[in-house]
Ligand binder design. Structure first.
Ligand SMILES: Cc1cc2nc3c(=O)[nH]c(=O)nc-3n(C[C@H](O)[C@H](O)[C@H](O)COP(=O)(O)OP(=O)(O)OC[C@H]3O[C@@H](n4cnc5c(N)ncnc54)[C@H](O)[C@@H]3O)c2cc1C
Ligand SMILES: CC(C)=CCC/C(C)=C/CC/C(C)=C/CSC[C@H](N)C(=O)O
Length: 479
């Protein structure tokens, strides 16, 4: 361990999404100005934070909304000098394939009365329930501001919410909410549509990602003016990391003699770039991309013990952007002029070929009014499969342009699931296992800070800063 007393020379980060770029930012904070940080990116900085251009204006095509209590994202926006456009939500309807089971009214009080009439106190109780979970979840910021880190995702989750949080991973959101006393009707008509719009799946996803998904339907959600991906380019710049445009193909453990005698273990990263196939040596490697063949295809060579292989399945979600007029009669409106909804969520019905449809505003917007839904507007449609021409003609009475973005968006959640390891080898760390708890921008930023802290504490042998028990109690007495 004595070789690790000096600062590392070089750190590699693979992937320049929000996970990789925030990792570079936190690594710089911890390891200081002298370490070289290389960030490898095979595509575009931002990864799953990306915009799409529709008739000259850009719209969020991937990660779009940020929760008001996502404190890392808030911090990034503040230090990078970015801003947040004013957000005006339109009215929401929930469609079951035959009719609307719920429609918001433009009169707030009417919407509340309708909610009470349909679902009793379930909506109010749900807000309290999600708030309690968020309250515990937010302990992570306190732990991380005191530099504590975790060597497993389950350990991190346990430190936040104890066995209750671990249990949420092993139960569906349906079972979790039924046990918490929510009605079947409410789960079917309100919770399921929120799961479908956010994660493209029903209430068979784990209870924790289910709760995160419900938080994603809270009020006060925000996004970054100019596009959320600006956070990634900003963090990369602020971290003074070097961006290497190339595809990492393999990582190999190498032993090298030291000038002072003895040997040192390094990681050789091989990659293909515009200049051909290259290799470089690193003391520490952080992997900030899902490790599966379809998404990153990285081979681990010459490791003893072997580095675990991943074949985790990511869920396909298609985002289709349509500039056109919605066909209100498809949704059962006899008089289209009475249609006033800006978003439609759906319940589970095999006949339905979309998860949701909603009017979107460009990322440059500051004060744009919510468009009249019946006029031509840009609609974002989420579906499992690309929309066919026939389906487009059912959804829209007319349209001028269509843009489609197919994503391997987030894990395909199923039970039971053990999270992938954070430590893949002595000094190789994997961030994206956290997506199996819940996939969201803030989760990647939390995993990034944890990996930066963990690698730092491993390097300097600070074992007392890793996997500490009863942190919540311990920090209550600390100033
Ligand atoms: C349609 C959609 C909507 C979403 N909506 C929201 C939302 O509203 N709110 C929210 O919080 N989250 C949302 N998410 C989830 C959120 O976008 C992701 O959880 C988050 O962006 C993941 O970031 P990441 O950096 O971990 O991974 P990624 O963004 O996937 O970054 C990984 C990067 O690694 C690169 N890479 C992969 N392999 C290699 C290699 N071999 N060599 C070099 N580079 C490589 C990739 O090109 C990519 O840029 C959404 C996701 C999608 C797809
Ligand atoms: C991590 C915590 C505590 C909260 C995050 C809540 C949140 C923003 C959840 C949303 C996650 C998600 C994957 C949304 C996908 S779809 C988003 C939106 N409906 C869209 O239209 O793009």
């Amino acid at each position: 361990a004595s070789e690790l007393r000096y600062p590392p020379g070089k750190i590699a980060v693979i992937g320049a999404g929000i996970g990789g770029t925030s990792a570079a930012y936190f690594l710089r904070q911890k390891f200081g100005k002298d370490v070289r940080i290389d960030v490898f990116e095979k595509g575009t900085v931002g990864g799953r934070l990306a915009t799409i251009n529709v008739e000259g204006k850009d719209y969020e095509a991937g990660g779009a909304i940020i929760h008001p209590l996502n404190l890392h994202m808030k911090h990034f926006v503040k230090v990078l000098g970015l801003s947040v456009p004013e957000n005006r939500d339109g009215l929401l309807g929930i469609y079951n394939g035959e009719e609307f089971v719920f429609e918001e009214s433009s009169w707030y009080i009417i919407s509340i009365l309708k909610l009470l009439w349909h679902y009793g106190f379930n909506p109010v109780r749900m807000n309290i329930w999600v708030e309690e979970i968020l309250d515990k979840f937010m302990r992570i910021y306190r732990y991380q501001s005191h530099d504590y880190s975790f060597s497993s995702t389950e350990g991190l989750l346990h430190a936040l919410g104890g066995n209750d949080f671990i249990q949420m991973l092993n139960r569906t959101i349906d079972e979790t909410m039924q046990k918490a006393g929510f009605s079947q009707k409410f789960i079917y008509e309100v919770v399921t549509p929120v799961m479908r719009v956010n994660y493209g799946q029903g209430t068979n996803i784990n209870g924790f990602v289910g709760a995160v998904s419900l938080a994603g339907a809270d009020s006060g959600l925000w996004s970054v003016k100019g596009g959320n991906k600006l956070v990634c380019t900003g963090l990369l710049y602020a971290s003074k990391a070097q961006l290497i445009s190339g595809t990492v193909t393999s990582i190999e453990e190498r032993t090298r003699p030291k000038r002072t005698g003895g040997t040192v273990k390094l990681y050789e990263v091989s990659y293909n770039s515009a200049s051909g196939s290259m290799t470089d040596m690193y003391d520490i490697v952080l992997i900030a991309t899902p490790l599966n063949r379809k998404m990153s295809n990285i081979t681990f060579r010459n490791f003893n013990p072997l580095v675990a292989q991943f074949s985790d399945h990511y869920h396909q979600t298609v985002a289709t952007f349509v500039h056109g007029r919605i066909n209100a009669s498809f949704f059962g409106y006899k008089d289209p002029s009475r249609f006033h909804l800006a978003s439609i969520f759906t319940t589970e019905n095999p006949k339905l070929f979309i998860n949701s449809i909603g009017v979107v505003s460009p990322v440059q917007n500051t004060h744009e009014e919510v468009k009249q839904p019946m006029g031509p507007a840009v609609w974002k449609v989420f579906s499992k499969e690309p929309l066919t021409k026939e389906q487009m003609n059912l959804l829209f009475s007319s349209y001028e342009s269509v843009k489609e973005k197919k994503w391997l968006a987030y894990p395909h959640y199923s039970l039971p699931k053990k999270c992938p390891p954070i430590i893949l080898h002595d000094r190789i760390y994997y961030l994206n296992g956290i997506e199996w708890v819940a996939s969201a921008m803030e989760m990647s930023a939390i995993a990034a800070k944890n990996a930066a802290l963990l690698s730092y504490h491993h390097w300097y042998g600070n074992v007392n800063m890793i996997d500490q028990e009863d942190l919540n109690e311990k920090l209550k007495t600390e100033l």
